[in-house]
Design a protein around this ligand. Structure first.
Ligand SMILES: CC(C)(COP(=O)(O)OP(=O)(O)OC[C@H]1O[C@@H](n2cnc3c(N)ncnc32)[C@H](O)[C@@H]1OP(=O)(O)O)[C@@H](O)C(=O)NCCC(=O)NCCS
Length: 199
């Protein structure tokens, strides 16, 4: 066992004084605030963003307010970290990046992310996800991070592969979204995969 794997995940989470703020070259990740509701609604009401999401698009601003309150509450319980993504110098929310289903016993968690369509294709999502992965592997000393995607979601698959995730299999008919049912492709990234890329 290495020194890092002795990090106690629940205690580390409990000791966080506030939502961790992560700074990259072009994006920042921070906790959401009530005044982000318009931008969060603009993100999750867009059918293109929600095309492969596990829920239908939002239809009211109140859903965004509710989501922000849920995220804040989940952080208070230290159950999940749902960062909002902003530009480096512009505080407006352009996306989200979430570390959830944190399982201390197995030292693993799942990751999810979404970026406003206006910002697709510039590597901002990859930068944001890399920041949160780095935090998860260094601060929590996770052993494994998982992502499950709709197999038709080529942008998401490319992003994961670019960050070193391996495709680990297809789970059939896993999500009902409205009247449709969709498969999942499961991806995994191990701490050793991540650290070997940072050398
Ligand atoms: C998935 C998502 C975050 C990717 O955003 P992005 O801005 O394209 O991501 P990045 O620019 O960091 O790069 C991802 C890679 O995918 C490629 N890509 C993006 N969209 C693509 C598409 N529709 N088809 C094929 N490749 C695509 C990019 O060119 C880039 O490739 P590269 O690494 O060779 O340069 C964005 O499409 C999104 O928010 N989608 C809606 C929400 C969603 O589906 N989230 C994932 C749920 S699991």
């Amino acid at each position: 066992m290495t020194a890092t794997t002795r990090i106690d995940i629940p205690s580390t989470l409990a000791a966080l004084p506030s939502f961790p703020r992560l700074q990259g070259k072009r994006v920042q990740l921070r906790g959401p605030r009530a005044e982000d509701a318009d931008a969060v609604f603009a993100l999750f009401a867009d059918p293109d963003v929600m095309r492969y999401w596990s829920r239908p698009p939002m239809t009211t601003r109140g859903e965004a307010e509710g989501l922000i309150a849920e995220i804040q509450d989940a952080f208070e319980q230290r159950a999940m970290l749902n960062w909002v993504v902003t530009g480096r110098s512009d505080d407006r929310v352009i996306g989200t990046c979430t570390l959830f289903r944190i399982e201390p016993r197995h030292r693993r968690a799942e990751i999810g992310y979404a970026l406003h369509r206006d910002h697709w294709g510039h590597g901002l999502a990859a930068e944001a996800v890399a920041l949160s992965l780095d935090w998860a592997f260094r601060t929590l000393a996770l052993h494994r991070v998982e992502a499950d995607i709709d197999p038709r979601n080529d942008g998401s698959r490319k992003l994961l592969q670019r960050l070193g995730f391996a495709s680990e299999g297809l789970l059939r008919q896993r999500y009902f979204v409205g009247d449709a049912i969709s498969d999942t492709e499961l991806f995994g990234l191990l701490a050793q995969d991540w650290s070997s890329r940072q050398d």
